[in-house]
Design a protein around this ligand. Structure first.
Ligand code: URA
Length: 444
């Protein structure tokens, strides 16, 4: 007999820790997405899931329902394999800006949806919009056209895709139900699976600046996400990367675009380059298993050194309305009116950089949002002059703050000194890559 489809019965079942049937999951999720289930019932559902958890089967079913709430997008007849990448969010994470044109220059197609920053983390759309003229609000038709012409396009989440997640995420934000492993995995994977690509890689950030504070929590997430992707027959690899300090040196939109351009040129920070290379390698191995790891690494290196990746970057920027000349002009991207370098008051080694605090400082300087409706200042942010393990003397530069907001420098100076720990002993080295879970054969 089909279990009860009355919403109060579904809520009681989950409240008591019992499994929901696929029909019950569909009833509540699609009912909410279509406006038949009110916010108060969905809030109770989300809280029950957060407290009681979901089984793997329920998590897969929830993901399926969320995808079915909207359209899926496919790219038939492109003539190139399609790949996608997702990061669980961090500070200074400009990986997509480097990786997307790099992969396109290697003959892959990268149709990617990205998000905006909120709180201490940045968002790729905000970074791209710091490029004069760049449009992220493409229609799905324009998205298809740009991908088929040049192999890469990035746009914001379309209303037609996974509308259930858009509504549920907004509710989770205000009901204390963001931190549920099952809800996080289904939310992320539903959006990735709604864009049908041949291979996917997830950059799972680990540390106090990230969603997952420990390698164990990140691995647990990766296991659930892999089970979901296998159920949908999607090849997905996971790379666990360190977020105990920002990636690269720049935090803030235009500042990060500048650093990404340096990296596409081959002159960027080594941690950023390493993460991009490992993510690219995982995708190439999923798509071209016949190519050896050495050959794949070599192709990645050559794409950067030959200038192919940079040429693709410029073509892509131009196709989405941006000014490709930003790669040549010092003032092609906005600069803030006020800049101040904060100097060390101690001597020793940098033993810790509090990523979350740096994200908040960038936000105070104008680079981030407190509420979804806030606008961001494309020029604001900060550029570190040190990394974990750097040796510093009193008076050495620690970071330069960039802002247009009067008064924000006063609030940020002390916070920056607090965020960078300096001690007498050389700290142990921090690897940037903390683990790789290779794509396993999917089981459609
Ligand atoms: N990012 C998402 O898209 N969803 C979550 O639930 C968490 C992070």
């Amino acid at each position: 007999m089909e279990s009860s489809l009355r919403v109060p019965d579904i809520l009681i079942r989950k409240r008591d820790g019992l499994a929901l049937s696929p029909g019950q999951m569909r009833h509540i999720v699609l009912g909410y997405s279509q406006g038949d289930v009110p916010d108060y019932q969905m809030s109770a559902f989300l809280m029950a899931v957060t407290l009681r958890g979901l089984s793997q089967e329920e998590t897969i079913e929830l993901t399926r329902c969320m995808i079915d709430s909207g359209q899926t997008v496919t790219f038939p007849n492109l003539g190139r394999p399609t790949v996608d990448k997702h990061s669980t969010g961090g500070v200074g994470d400009k990986t997509t800006l480097v990786l997307a044109p790099l992969l396109a220059s290697l003959g892959l197609a990268v149709p990617k949806l990205s998000g905006r920053g909120l709180g201490h983390t940045g968002g790729t759309l905000d970074k791209l919009e710091s490029i004069p003229g760049f449009r992220t609000n493409l229609t799905l038709e324009e998205f298809h056209t740009v991908v088929s012409e040049i192999g890469v396009a990035i746009m914001g989440a379309a209303a037609e895709l996974v509308p259930a997640d858009q509504k549920m995420y907004a509710l989770r934000d205000v009901t204390g139900t963001v931190d549920s492993p099952a809800l996080i995995a289904s939310s992320i994977m539903s959006k990735k699976l709604a864009i049908v690509t041949d291979a996917l890689v997830l950059d799972v950030k680990v540390g106090q600046g990230a969603f997952f504070a420990t390698v164990d929590a990140a691995s647990e997430f990766a296991k659930t996400a892999q089970a979901i992707s296998n159920a949908f027959g999607r090849r997905t690899a996971f790379v666990l990367t360190d977020m105990e300090q920002p990636l690269g040196f720049a935090v803030g939109n235009a500042l990060e675009v500048r650093e990404a351009i340096e990296t596409v040129h081959g002159h960027g920070p080594s941690d950023l380059l390493d993460v991009c290379a490992v993510l690219a390698l995982q995708l190439m191995q999923s798509i071209m298993p016949q190519v050896s790891v050495e050959e794949a690494r070599d192709r990645i290196r050559r794409a950067i050194q030959s200038g192919d990746a940079l040429r693709t970057f410029c073509t892509w920027i131009a196709h989405q309305g941006g000014d490709p000349d930003i790669v040549n002009k010092q003032d092609g991207l906005p600069w803030s009116r006020r800049q101040e370098t904060v100097r060390s008051t101690q001597s020793g080694y940098v033993t810790g950089i509090n990523c979350r605090s740096l994200g908040h400082i960038a936000q105070v300087l104008g680079a981030g949002r407190t509420r979804k409706e806030d606008t961001v200042d494309p020029a604001a942010g900060l550029v570190l002059h040190v990394k974990h393990g750097s040796r510093v003397q009193v008076g050495d530069d620690l970071a330069t703050l960039h802002t247009n907001l009067i008064g924000s420098l006063d609030k940020s100076r002390e916070a920056l000194l607090d965020a960078i720990q300096i001690a007498g002993e050389i700290p142990a080295e921090r690897p940037i890559i903390l683990g790789v879970i290779e794509n396993k054969d999917s089981d459609p």
